[in-house]
Write a protein that binds this ligand. Structure first.
Ligand code: GDG
Length: 566
């Protein structure tokens, strides 16, 4: 507890995480009994030790409409539930978050819907989250807001609590200005995000797109990863003089950092799972159940139009048709976990995918061999690891994806250095997993060639590629990710060094909108922070193990991972 937490306006927690969904799910049994079940997500696991050490609290929605639970403790973390009405679930969550922002931010793969009453609901719910965070955080506390559902929270929170250090991480892509500018509320969103001190993105390109939107919409100066936000007077950022300066034009500015922090997984827990004898036995069993084909291909996705499942099926279906693949020797398993089933676009997508699967199976399956084993169901984590071990080829063909953790989980599980990852260049993971077979999923011919190349790849090349991929995923796990983000926030409370101060002066003199320079500088900084971090661990993080949820990831219903929705 903070020693300064005496003010009536403050709460008692030094670290507050705010996300749409809590790291626990409320489970209501048939007889009406209510219990809380933990969702062992990567973010939770990475933050758990820090949360415990610094008296952390988690603010979020329990996943059930009209739930008005009081704050409580779960596994040493204080849980602060935010209530959403049934209308708000429909307007703020299913509507504005999942049917406006989600398609817009994924390059309008599906058409975004714009409704003013959805926006009103988004405003109201964001204000409620900001109020809850403000009431929970101690004086000078750090508040870390997660994802696109809560983009207005940083500004709203800063207005109530200028003493706070505020971070925001966007788990999904941030689109190019030409697309983002469609949004009728684009300026409010940018202003909302700029309430944060550090804004994290998955890719360098996402951070670049954001900075460009800031320049275009607000005309603020940006240089590299730094954005200068004019303020009325320095008191707006209480007690943090190093975050404000006076520009040469005599203007008070607050500095905001916007850069890439690529998220990762709890690698160790997947390595452990893959080593378990029961998981290995299950992997063998899966292959046997398929009739021991020479090649097992695998796709694992939430059933979402961003994941390129249709493109994958088209390429696979054509390979069967061309006679390049024979169901007697090859089999595709497609896990499509249920997602956002009340949103119309998702209902249509399910119909389309299932029609395609049915056609391919009808045309090519035999009594003894299915072309595709299609599972529209969430599977337990152990089963996921067994599937990863059983699959010779993992197909990640997203049309646009912030990161794609499945790609990293596959790599983490392959301690045998076996398997080939076919990975879309439109997934954030492609920036790091360069030894995968990178594909453009829109290029069906190229995708077919990549699949054939994966099938034919010699063992020695598979092992060489997989070893390199594994080095990356082992070194940069989710604990490393959260530490680097929190370290960046912690840096803000330290006085700037002489070189930083002179950098700041340069930034002010360079008001020109030089996008090329900004991007180059942003890449350099990202590469620098991607090096092993020799700095003292100011947040006192241990490197824990665990996985998933709510790293912005959504977990399918009916699994031990819980039934959360993004
Ligand atoms: C968003 C961004 C970004 C899936 N099916 C089952 C299951 N899963 C687990 C996977 C993985 C997670 O869900 C999915 O993560 P992804 O990253 O692939 O995708 P999104 O859900 O869209 O996540 C994404 C992420 O946020 C993090 O920032 O990478 O770009 O869109 O962990 O294993 N888990 C279990 N059963 C299933 O059937 N147990």
């Amino acid at each position: 507890m903070s020693s300064a937490s005496t003010s009536a306006r403050t709460g008692q927690y030094d670290l507050v995480v705010v996300s749409n969904r809590l790291p626990v799910d409320k489970v209501i049994a048939d007889d009406g009994t209510e219990t809380w079940r933990g969702s062992p997500g990567g973010l939770v696991t990475a933050l758990e030790p820090i949360m415990r050490a610094s008296e952390g609290a988690w603010v979020g929605w329990a996943g059930v409409a009209d739930d008005a639970s009081e704050p409580f403790e779960h596994d040493g973390i204080s849980i602060v539930p935010v209530t959403l009405s049934a209308d708000e679930v429909e307007f703020y969550y299913e509507g504005f978050s999942n049917d406006t922002l989600w398609p817009l931010y994924h390059d309008v793969i599906a058409p975004p819907t714009y409704h003013r009453d959805w926006w009103e609901s988004y405003l109201e719910v964001n204000q409620r989250f900001a109020d809850a965070a403000a009431a929970t955080a101690a004086d000078g506390a750090t508040v870390w807001v997660q994802d696109y559902q809560l983009q207005l929270v940083p500004k709203m929170l800063r207005e109530i609590r200028p003493d706070l250090v505020i971070g925001f991480f966007n788990h999904i892509p941030f689109p190019a200005y030409g697309i983002f500018s469609q949004l009728p509320w684009r300026t409010q969103i940018i202003e909302g995000l700029l309430g944060a001190d550090v804004i994290g993105f998955q890719r360098v390109a996402d951070a670049g797109n954001f900075s460009r939107a800031v320049r275009r919409l607000l005309g603020f100066s940006t240089k590299g990863t730094t954005i200068e936000v004019p303020i009325e007077d320095a008191a707006e950022v209480e007690g943090r003089p190093n975050r404000t300066r006076v520009s040469r034009r005599g203007q008070h500015v607050r500095t905001v950092t916007a850069r890439a922090f690529p998220i990762s997984i709890d690698t160790e827990s997947f390595v452990e799972l893959a080593h378990r004898p029961d998981v290995q036995a299950r992997a063998k069993e899966i292959r046997q159940e398929l009739g021991n084909p020479d090649v097992v291909l695998l796709g694992v996705d939430r059933l979402d139009y961003t994941k390129g499942i249709g493109h994958r099926l088209k390429a696979y279906g054509e390979l069967l048709e061309d006679g390049k693949i024979d169901v007697a020797h090859a089999s595709l398993i497609q896990v499509a976990s249920p997602s956002r089933e009340r949103v119309k676009t998702y209902m249509q997508l399910r119909d389309e995918i299932e029609l395609t699967v049915g056609r391919i199976n009808g045309d090519f399956s035999t009594i003894s061999h299915s072309a595709i084993s299609y599972l529209h169901q969430g599977r337990p984590r152990e089963e996921m690891a067994a599937l990863y071990l059983a699959a010779d080829i993992m197909l990640v063909t997203a049309l646009r994806d912030g990161m794609n953790l499945v790609a990293k989980e596959y790599v983490a599980s392959r301690f045998d250095n076996g398997g080939v990852l076919v990975l879309s260049e439109f997934a954030g993971a492609a920036d790091e997993l360069k030894q995968a077979l990178l594909v453009n999923p829109h290029d069906i011919q190229g995708l077919k060639e990549a699949i054939m190349k994966a099938i034919a790849m010699p063992q020695s090349e598979r092992a060489r590629r997989m070893r390199a991929l594994r080095r990356r995923v082992i070194e940069f796990d989710v604990a490393r990710w959260s530490k680097s983000f929190l370290d960046e926030l912690a840096d803000l409370t330290h006085a700037p060094s002489a070189s930083e101060a002179s950098d700041a002066a340069d930034a002010l003199s360079d008001a020109a909108d030089d996008e090329a320079k900004a991007n180059a500088s942003s890449s350099v900084r990202t590469a620098r922070t991607a090096q092993p971090d020799a700095r003292a661990n100011r947040t006192g993080t241990e490197h824990p193990s665990g996985t998933e949820h709510p790293t912005g990831t959504e977990h399918p219903t009916g699994t031990e991972a819980g039934g959360s929705q993004k």
